[in-house]
Design a protein around this ligand. Structure first.
Ligand code: SF4
Ligand code: SF4
Length: 447
């Protein structure tokens, strides 16, 4: 694609990168077929190619974002299916990230939208505030229909998505050092994430048990959110601050006792951490450490595949529908590892038809674009239920919450099944459905 940025514009490294990305696009349109919003809406402007044109026009003319551009970019899930399909290697993720930051700087959203986004950006990354907000949402749940009737669909979506019960605060493993319980063969850092410790602390607890059981020392640093949530909302400075906080904490570990890997159990966060090296490439004080952190970052399934896991109990042919999170399959190109691990542990793993299509979770998308998210969830759940699985496994807390809101089939994280098969407790969501006991001792750091 031809571009016409001026030399002055190209002096901005973000514009220079956008120019490079735009020039790689050959307008072939292959990406449209796998774009969830194009599949649902059939509008070229809701396809990757259409959005690329909108972004090109906005950036070349150095124009503030218009309401129309914002509408079509907001509808993009950042699922990155288009990047998997594109034969020309167009890095849509960096382009749309830049467009979102441009929108945030130049477009005045309606008041209610601004308030809602500010609320999500403040509350979701903060464990304490999130716990409080989810407590309040539980009380408001019966009134979700009233909010929908008042035209406040995002508030109604938030209430519907809020879990009806929260695990005890003490169920989260906390921060500190978790020593191996077998001969030591490695040392890793585990990112806590921000939503997961509040609504499903069982995920990181399971990861810590699997790792320490196999001789891996785990350190959990107290650095808060990785910045993914605000990054996808175009709140660039907040995202960079969160990234720098993580990098400081992880660099201290790398330069202290050393790390073999930095593990993430939420693939949405993993994609962001793997991109720290890019987003901080022009920050002289952080570029080098950011790149080092990105290079060490691994999804939990990616790391566990390199370990000789010991299966202690065969889960008697339990049928698992494996939902491949977009951030894992498209963002990190991890497709086979989770399924291979589950098969090796004795589960019967089934691929979900139309597995390349997003479930509609996409960070805060299921709150900010509730109607499209609902349609995508219904399509996803319909495809999953055709498989008649005993359980659904996914590697991302966002997808787990989104899918669980549309089905009675239990939804668990892949690592919870691996933990169970290697000697840990049966995942709580599954035990509840099977009527077995799920009393689990809390996982606590040694110091
Ligand atoms: S990221 Fe997903 S929703 Fe956005 S343009 Fe690409 S395929 Fe479509
Ligand atoms: S598939 Fe790639 S090259 Fe073709 S239109 Fe889409 S982004 Fe452009």
């Amino acid at each position: 694609m031809q571009t016409s940025f001026t030399l002055a514009q190209l002096a901005d490294p973000n514009i220079a990168e956008a120019d490079r990305i735009l020039r790689a696009c050959v307008h072939c349109g292959f990406c449209t077929a796998t774009c969830p919003t194009y599949v649902l809406l059939g509008d070229e402007l809701d396809s990757p190619r259409g959005r690329i044109y909108l972004i090109k026009d906005m950036l070349e003319h150095d124009r503030p974002a218009t309401a129309d551009v914002v509408k079509h970019i907001d509808r993009c899930l950042s699922c990155l299916a288009c990047m998997t399909t594109c034969p020309s290697g167009v890095h849509y993720m960096h382009l749309v990230d830049h467009a979102r930051a441009h929108i945030e700087k130049t477009y005045a959203r309606p008041h209610i939208d601004r308030w809602l986004r500010a609320f999500l950006a403040r509350v979701l990354p903060d464990n304490g505030l999130l716990r409080w907000a989810l407590g309040a949402a539980r009380l408001g749940k019966p009134f979700s229909g009233v909010f929908a009737g008042l035209g406040l669909a995002p508030v109604a979506a938030m209430l519907r998505l809020a879990p009806s019960r929260l695990p005890a605060k003490a169920a989260a493993p906390g921060t500190g050092l978790f020593p191996p319980t077998a001969p030591r063969r490695g040392r890793v850092a585990l990112l806590t994430g921000c939503v997961s410790p509040v609504i499903t602390p069982s995920i990181n607890a399971a990861a810590i048990r699997v790792l320490t059981r196999h001789g891996i020392e785990v350190v959990v640093a107290d650095a808060g959110c990785c910045g993914s949530i605000v990054h996808h909302m175009g709140r660039e400075q907040e995202a960079l601050s969160a990234a720098r906080r993580q990098i400081d904490a992880l660099t201290a570990e790398i330069e202290g006792e050393g790390l073999d890997a930095i593990l993430v159990t939420a693939s949405g966060c993993g994609t962001t951490v793997k991109d720290y090296g890019y987003v901080l490439r022009t920050d002289g004080a952080y570029a080098e450490n950011a790149l080092r952190v990105s290079r060490l970052a691994r999804d939990i399934s990616e790391y566990l595949r390199g370990i000789d896991l010991t299966s202690k109990r065969a889960p008697s042919g339990l049928v698992v529908a494996y939902h491949s999170a977009c951030s894992l399959q498209h963002g990190q190109k991890i497709v086979g590892a989770p399924k291979e691990l589950l098969c090796k542990m004795g589960f019967v793993v089934k691929d979900v038809p139309e597995g390349h299509l997003c479930c509609g979770s996409a960070g805060t998308y299921n709150i900010l674009q509730p109607e499209l998210a609902r349609r995508l969830r219904e399509r996803k759940v319909g495809n999953i239920e055709k498989l008649k699985p005993d359980v659904i496994a996914a590697g991302n807390i966002g997808c787990m919450t989104q899918i669980a809101a549309g089905t009675v089939i239990p939804v668990v994280h892949t690592v919870e099944l691996i933990d169970w098969a290697t000697g840990g407790p049966e995942p709580e969501a599954l035990a509840g459905k099977r009527g077995s006991s799920a009393a689990v001792a809390p996982v606590a750091p040694a110091k």
